[in-house]
Design a protein around this ligand. Structure first.
Ligand code: HEC
Ligand code: HEC
Ligand code: HEC
Ligand code: HEC
Ligand code: HEC
Length: 498
């Protein structure tokens, strides 16, 4: 029986090749798996071989065997009908010089061709991990993410650093979902905007924590936000927060990063957007205790529990979309918009948010025209000034960095969870409404997370003490105090949409 089976699957050239492929690829996969089980990492390439290339050869072999059997059956029937002899395999007679010549040439040609094919496959797969490929090959689709990424603190971290991370398993997952995405792009099947959160995102311990250390003690950080008021002078105002980021110190976790202490496991039950949180379960391994916080409303059936990690707060480490007021403040403080233009803050925000444009070109033209129209009507002397022209351009940039009409991405399509300014963020849980049975709440006291040192102040002793403003008696200095530069630049990267 076994002998018969063996002779069947090797009895013709096609099935023979198939059988060899199946056996060799299985052996190689087994060998690589043993190597990996013994701790040999080998990087992504090993993963491609183990999980992509060899299995593909295996499947090819499997398909060839029955194909060969079928072909042989048909040929046998035909030969039998013609009364010819039935032979299955060509006879290779190595005693003949011409056969030897053909064989040597064949092998000599096959080796470089195979090497080239393997090299090309490796290169292609490697290229598919590069930021250019992620950002540009699907240019139209990924343009929002790519644009925001280039302005972010992670602009030098490749897409794969956060979306794939090291190791074979996630690499293969990414390639499989990537293949589907390519099909979706080719046939225009993708959703607009691309939905967030990313439910298949790799847990942060395989990505963020390759570079950041979760229990690092960061302590308190002074964050200074510069805003400009809606008045004619665009009065500068500063808000200074001492943010209690914390971390681990003396074996205990403090502050905001208390959340990521491996001893505190937080799981929550939320709707698919993760905006509405019904239940939160806190397991404290140091105390060995467990608490469940709930809102009054019962959760609908079928929701998923999620273990909280970095991206539940830092959901925009790279694709940071800002609000219109934030962009106008930033442009004024960076000097891209002339602060002396009357009402430019108020008008800038109005013009940026009032109209939705069908394309970036239309937006730039429309925004420039709207800025000119405002000054032509109210300040005719200024209408033709370069400052107005320049403001129109800077506002056009701000629009194009955050709005992508073809992907239906507009201001605030993607909420940022790091604070509680434009979306509930921390207040999804810290709202006094999530309670335990004994009435314990997840608190909203401002001092839990930050001390507000100054709020929208233009002229105060605190700002002077922080070195953010000169004392009134001193003559106006050309250079701001050294501390002030440090404090403001520490914050210059627009980490949050305000
Ligand atoms: C610093 C880490 C990081 C880098 C680098 C990064 N991403 Fe992301 N990306 C994320 C996180 C985190 C999310 C998910 C946010 C969520 O689930 O709430 C995300 C979400 C996305 C989404 C879903 C839509 C959205 O905005 O939520 C797309 C598409 C995307 N990323 C593409 C890219 C591309 C393309 C690149 C490279 C140009 C890239 N990412 C680089 C962290 C990163
Ligand atoms: C390949 C390394 C790498 C990975 C992966 C990475 N980061 Fe970073 N991250 C950095 C570096 C480097 C900086 C400092 C950038 C700077 O100072 O401009 C940084 C800065 C930050 C900051 C401070 C940003 C600011 O406004 O100054 C946060 C928050 C952060 N990362 C969160 C994350 C999160 C969340 C993830 C995972 C989704 C992540 N990082 C993944 C390297 C990485
Ligand atoms: C509970 C929410 C929360 C979680 C979870 C969280 N962070 Fe943070 N993290 C913050 C806040 C808030 C800040 C202050 C940033 C700000 O004000 O812009 C911060 C700041 C940071 C910074 C900048 C520190 C600096 O020197 O200024 C880094 C880096 C960072 N987080 C990395 C991480 C990483 C990595 C993880 C996951 C292991 C993580 N965070 C988890 C809320 C969180
Ligand atoms: C998924 C729900 C959830 C989210 C989102 C969340 N927290 Fe919390 N947070 C909790 C819970 C639960 C506790 C523990 C409350 C307790 O022990 O009574 C907590 C505790 C804290 C504490 C006190 C830690 C200590 O030392 O005891 C700080 C500070 C804090 N959170 C900051 C933040 C900040 C900042 C954000 C937003 C960037 C945030 N949290 C987002 C659920 C959440
Ligand atoms: C659960 C933690 C938490 C609580 C409670 C909290 N905040 Fe915040 N708040 C944050 C975080 C995180 C940020 C973002 C810091 C940043 O932008 O870097 C923030 C930002 C702010 C800002 C700065 C806005 C700007 O100009 O950028 C103000 C003002 C503020 N909070 C006021 C308050 C007040 C008032 C309360 C009390 C009702 C409060 N917060 C309670 C976490 C909290």
């Amino acid at each position: 029986m076994i002998k018969h089976f063996f002779s069947a699957i090797t009895g013709n050239l096609l099935s023979l090749v198939g059988t060899v492929l199946v056996v060799v690829s299985l052996l190689l996969i087994a060998m690589l798996l043993v190597m990996q089980a013994m701790g040999f990492e080998g990087g992504a390439y090993l993963g491609i071989l183990t999980f992509v290339i060899f299995p593909m050869l295996f499947l090819l072999g499997l398909a060839l065997i029955p194909l060969g059997l079928w072909w042989r059956k048909r040929r046998d029937a035909r030969l039998a009908a013609q009364g010819k002899e039935i032979g299955h395999l060509p006879i290779i007679d190595l005693n003949q010089e011409s056969t030897r010549g053909v064989l040597v040439t064949f092998v000599a040609l096959a080796i470089p061709v195979l090497a080239l094919a393997a090299g090309l496959t490796f290169k292609a797969v490697h290229y598919m991990d590069s930021t250019e490929f992620c950002g540009m090959a699907c240019h139209k689709v990924m343009q929002p993410e790519y644009t925001a990424f280039q302005r972010s603190p992670h602009a030098r971290v490749g897409c794969a650093g956060c979306h794939i991370g090291p190791g074979a398993q996630w690499f293969v997952k990414a390639k499989i979902s990537g293949s589907w995405q390519l099909i979706a792009v080719a046939f225009d099947l993708y959703p607009r905007p691309i939905p967030t959160p990313v439910h298949s995102l790799r847990p942060a311990n395989g990505t963020c924590e390759q570079c950041h250390w979760p229990t690092k003690f960061i302590g308190q950080r002074l964050k200074v936000r510069t805003h400009f008021a809606d008045d004619e002078q665009n009065t500068e105002q500063k808000t200074a927060l001492m943010v209690k980021i914390g971390g681990q110190q003396d074996g205990k976790s403090h502050g905001i990063h208390w959340h990521v202490d491996p001893n505190h496991m937080l799981r929550y039950l939320a709707d698919p957007t993760r905006e509405k949180i019904y239940e939160i379960e806190l397991t404290d391994k140091t105390e060995g205790s467990k608490k469940l916080f709930k809102i009054d409303e019962a959760a609908p059936a079928g929701l998923e529990w999620r273990t909280m990690d970095c991206v539940d707060c830092h959901n925009r480490p790279s694709h940071i979309y800002n609000s219109a007021p934030f962009e106008v403040d930033l442009a004024i403080s960076e000097g891209r918009i002339d602060r002396t233009l009357p009402f430019i803050k108020r008008e800038g925000v109005r013009i940026l948010t009032e109209t939705q444009y069908p394309s970036h070109d239309a937006a730039r033209a429309g925004i420039s025209a709207a800025v000119k129209a405002f000054y032509a009507k109210n300040y005719p002397d200024l209408a033709a000034s370069p400052a107005v022209e320049q403001a129109g351009k800077a506002l056009g940039d701000a629009y194009a960095w955050n709005n992508f009409p073809q992907m239906k991405v507009v201001w605030n399509t993607y909420p940022n969870h790091i604070g509680h300014q434009n979306s509930p963020g921390c207040f999804r849980c810290h709202d006094n409404k999530h309670k335990t049975d004994t009435g314990e709440k997840i608190g909203k006291k401002c001092g839990t997370c930050h001390n507000i040192v100054a709020e929208e102040e233009s002229d105060s002793k605190v700002l002077q003490e922080l070195g953010l403003q000169e004392a009134p008696s001193e003559p106006a200095a050309a250079e701001p105090a050294a501390d002030a530069t440090a404090a403001t630049t520490a914050d210059a990267a627009p980490a949050t949409g305000t």
